[in-house]
Design a protein around this ligand. Structure first.
Ligand code: 8IG
Length: 269
């Protein structure tokens, strides 16, 4: 039996299931696809295996999409490497705890991945970033008040978002801007005052994911890139109230361009 109370044992069990399904000893790179980024997997290469997340130890049914997340193995056409594509994530606001949030990242490491790309949809503080603008994450501010790490493990987070991977991304698209991502707990959006606070603290992007996964990735030894899709100006920066429907719409409109961008970046990593 899998001991789900031990995070690394749970990740190893999940990784064994995924690697066996794909018929490979190891994956090379993992991608977590957030809001708006779902189309990228198809452009990477050929899907050689797909496992329903519900059949893999430790994974939970997603709260947002409602059904059917798959864990895919894609053979990257350009490099021959194997990508593990996680089609959704568990958010901290779901209340399943930090282990559930970090499980996908730990599974990626246990499956042999050496690098990880975290994607998300978020709000932007910079008025120059219209809805649909992709922004590289340069650093983060974790406002959740928690950590995915248990016990006295004092993990260094300097250069958490790999300068090497960011350089490659900017070679692919020299117009890519960078920003500091602040994770709020959610699931409510921020008040305008909280957005102003985040800006004073140094944030350029506000969202509800990524930082806890990033910390778990560093602990697991993964080289990390983060890229956000600004789907809306943060509350109070835009005049109108935020709507989830608009967020979905902005993501859909930007999908072809950002999917291409992500596939091109991953091909070079
Ligand atoms: I998409 O404006 C998306 N996710 N916290 N704030 C927060 N999360 C978000 C936002 C936003 N937009």
């Amino acid at each position: 039996m899998t001991d789900l109370s031990d995070p690394t044992a749970a990740a190893r069990a999940a990784a064994t299931t995924i690697n066996s399904a794909a018929g490979i000893d190891a994956h090379d790179i993992a991608l977590v696809l957030g809001s708006g980024w779902g189309g990228a997997a198809d452009l990477l290469g050929e899907t050689i295996s797909e496992v329903p997340a519900a059949e893999v130890p430790g994974f939970h049914a997603p709260a947002v999409e409602g059904h059917g997340t798959m864990l895919r193995t894609v053979r990257i056409e350009a490099s021959g490497k194997h990508a593990l594509v996680l089609g959704s994530r568990t958010h901290y606001y779901e209340g399943k705890g930090v282990r559930a949030v970090a499980h996908g990242v730990r599974t990626a490491a246990a499956a042999g991945c050496q690098s990880l790309v975290l994607t998300n949809g978020c709000g932007g503080l910079n008025r120059n970033w219209a809805a649909g603008t992709p922004v590289l994450i340069s650093d983060h501010i974790n406002l959740t008040g928690t950590s995915p790490i248990e016990g006295a493990n004092f993990v260094d987070l300097t250069d958490l978002y790999s300068p090497r991977m960011r350089r490659i991304a900017k070679e692919i698209d020299p117009t890519l801007d960078e920003g500091v991502y602040a994770q709020f707990r959610g699931p409510h959006y921020e008040t305008p005052a909280e957005v102003r606070m985040a800006g004073i603290l140094g944030a350029d992007l506000v969202g509800m994911s990524t930082t806890l996964e990033a910390i778990a990735a560093r602990q697991a030894g993964l080289e990390l890139m983060g890229i956000s899709l600004v789907t809306n100006l943060a509350a109070g920066i835009q005049e109108t109230p935020l709507s989830h429907a608009e967020v979905i719409e902005a993501g859909a409109a930007a999908a072809p361009r950002i999917s291409r961008l992500l596939a091109d970046i991953v091909a070079k990593l």
